[in-house]
Design a protein around this ligand. Sequence first.
Ligand code: GLU
Length: 305
Amino acid sequence: MPDATLKDAPAGSASSAPAPLVTRFAPSPTGHLHLGHAHSALAAFRAARAKGGRFLLRIEDIDPARCKPEYADAIEEDLAWLGLTWETPVRVQSRHLADYRAVLDRLAGRGLTYPCFCTRKDIAEAAAAPHWASRTGPDGPVYPGTCRALDAPARARRIAAGEGYALRLDMAAALGALARKRVPVLAFEEEGRGSIACDPARFGDIVLARKDVPASYHLCVTHDDALQGVSLVVRGADLFAATDIHRLLQALMGWPAPRYRHHPLLTDAAGRRYAKRDKALTLRSLREAGHSPAAVRALAGFPDP
Ligand code: GLU
């Protein structure tokens, strides 16, 4: 259902039959897939297959400066070679910007976002001010909130003058809105670890749309997981902290919360995590070097049963 739009209500709650497990692999086409990606994709694929569930592929390409269509094609080719199959059509995020815009509009309509005109330099300078220097979140320095203080006429004037702006979530207002709706303490279910309490406030006023990119990863990923009925998110441990933000957005939008499985990142023999710079360990170069799909599955931590 590629063109469906997401309403507030959790999908599939009317039927009494248990919903099938739905997992996904959601790469950004910024380079060729490496063994770390193969690990993630196989983990999600096998989790679905083990339970007779569904496996989806989603291309997260909202950043036009970093993503290339040829990498998206290569992702599909490499995953198919590796032996994975997925449902079609594949959701390609850049084709659904209106969906993300609608979410931003709804949050704005509730007074939960504000335009931020700061440049990188403004932010670095403000964050380095002595009274603020201690605020560092999981993603680095926390935005000190300069533009939150602008009044409506000042915002309107700067927008009318053509100044570029990002949209930020007003974290205090968002948490206030949840408290008023009596949403209990936010938490997510991590497989094998149980309920993990969230503390999204430590991120500060996160960016939901950048000046040059119409929506952020956090917004698109949570929207699409809900739209596509993903019930188990399998991904690397590097995204564990970001889950606090995802739970916050799910709670604000009334979207269902999937379960999560953050797997340890695959590392090379020297203990370094795989990255796009490791050209020799892309699925493409392993294939060209004569490795079989089964051999690469084993290298990625999933030997055939
Ligand atoms: N697109 C993200 C990435 O490539 C992954 C998103 C996710 O699995 O939540 O890092």
